[in-house]
Ligand binder design. Structure first.
Ligand code: NIG
Ligand code: FE
Length: 413
């Protein structure tokens, strides 16, 4: 049997799900810690956690790994990214620094459609190569599970191309990858003057084609002024749900369009962004099963307000944190950086931020039964950080403190 003993862990920190799929409200702050610990892993699954001095006596171990007093924490679950796209938008970054807004740049032909052009031109092989490099970098920053959306193809063939690249990455990369169809990310130029026809295409052609090839678990939509209206979003999401997709929404990012309430009403697994969600909107989310996913990298990068995370948690919501890695609004792989922003800009405690970046991210991908915490019975996705306490990974910010990554019981970094 393949077994690995991670011993000599200085301090271990993890949320504990106790078989629940998530931690909500103030319970998000319940982080279990253990000093001088060891983790015993068999066939990729955690089978024992205990005092290092005790577990080190275990004779029947194939491989031993000395953590040298480092801190152990669960691998990060980045539950919202747009990792597969061509080109970059560094030029827009420069334009924004001279005062142009995200919406002005999009209206001038930049934004999502400029990445669409670069992505349509790129071959499967090119996108695979770019995607693999990005995943390698994410893994080095401690992300062991990632959701990846399509949404830069915006025609059937290009959307399928992106999802097929994601599928090949999932097959070949150590990272756990969950695919999401985001064909309704923007209206492509061909349908500029007939938006209803694009909705038809998404519902009648793209969604069935994605389903038939089993290329996505979730369906997401950008519900926003100048993008998809609440009515159009409801049509697309209802069609997706009938086909068996789970639902997510880009909700309330640039305006309070009612998108998060729509997501709650449709039983979405998560509503993401929430920069413009009001206090009453936060109550609606908190009273539901829908997870609130905060993407503070987008607020930082676009100089937008931060989502009302404190109000959400105080009202009992389940909050997750993710990077939103994409070329326009959040160009980062770093979950610890999200935890820094959580603590400094959104008044989350570091404990809540750790739960939001691990267990609750796993819950936002319906994976919390097997990932997102260091507990007996879960898959062994464990980080060793060169710090004495987990606070330091986000306190000492814009630094990568992750020294080793154990993915499914194998040391991969
Ligand atoms: O999550 N808001 C919509 N989608 C992305 C941005 C996409 C882009 O600018 O390329 C986001 O912020
Ligand atoms: Fe996004």
């Amino acid at each position: 049997m393949a077994s690995l003993l991670l011993y000599n862990i200085g301090s271990l920190a993890t949320p504990r799900s106790e078989n629940a799929s998530r931690l909500s409200g103030l319970a998000m702050g319940n982080i279990h810690t253990e000093q001088n610990a060891a983790i015993f892993i068999e066939n990729g699954v955690i089978t024992r956690i205990g005092a290092s001095s005790e577990l080190e006596k275990e004779a029947n171990v194939a491989e031993r790994f000395d953590a040298k007093g480092m801190a152990a924490l669960p691998g990060f679950v980045d539950s919202h990214t747009h990792t597969v796209f061509g080109g970059n938008r560094a030029n827009e970054f420069a334009m924004r620094s001279s005062g142009k807004t995200y919406q002005e740049i999009a209206a001038a032909g930049g934004g999502i459609l400029s990445t669409m052009n670069a992505t349509r031109k790129a071959s499967h092989e090119e996108l695979f190569h770019i995607g693999k490099k990005r995943l390698d970098a994410m893994l080095r920053h401690g992300t062991t599970t990632v959701e990846i959306k399509s949404g830069y193809g915006l025609d059937t063939a290009s959307e399928l191309k992106i999802l097929e690249v994601i599928q090949e990455l999932a097959r070949t990369h150590p990272m756990t990858i969950i695919p999401t169809f985001l064909g309704a990310h923007a209206f492509p130029p061909e349908y500029k003057n007939d938006r209803e026809a694009y909705i038809e295409l998404v519902c009648k052609e793209m969604l069935p084609a994605v389903k038939e090839r089993n290329l996505a678990t979730f369906c997401d939509i950008f519900c926003e002024e100048n993008y998809f209206s609440p009515e159009q979003s409801e049509r697309v999401l209802n069609t997706a749900r009938e086909l068996g997709f789970k639902l997510k929404l880009h909700a309330d990012q640039l305006s309070d369009s009612g998108a998060s309430a729509l997501g709650v009403r449709l039983g979405a697994v998560s509503v993401d962004h929430l920069e413009c969600t009001t206090a009453s909107g936060a109550q609606v989310i908190a009273a539901s099963e829908t997870i609130a996913t905060a993407l503070p990298g987008a607020s930082l990068f676009l100089n937008h307000p931060y989502p009302p995370v404190r109000a959400l948690i105080d009202a009992g919501a389940t909050v997750a944190l993710a990077t939103d890695f994409n070329p326009g609004s959040s160009v980062t792989f770093s979950m610890p950086m999200m935890m820094t922003l959580a603590a400094t800009q959104m008044r989350m405690t570091p404990e809540e931020a750790l739960t939001a970046s691990t267990l609750n991210g796993a819950s936002a991908l319906s994976l919390a039964h097997e990932r997102g915490s260091i507990e007996v019975g879960k898959r062994a996705d464990v980080l060793l950080a060169d710090v004495s306490h987990f606070y330091e990974i986000s306190y000492h910010f814009a630094m990568n403190h992750i020294a080793h990554v154990i993915k499914d019981g194998k040391v991969v970094v």
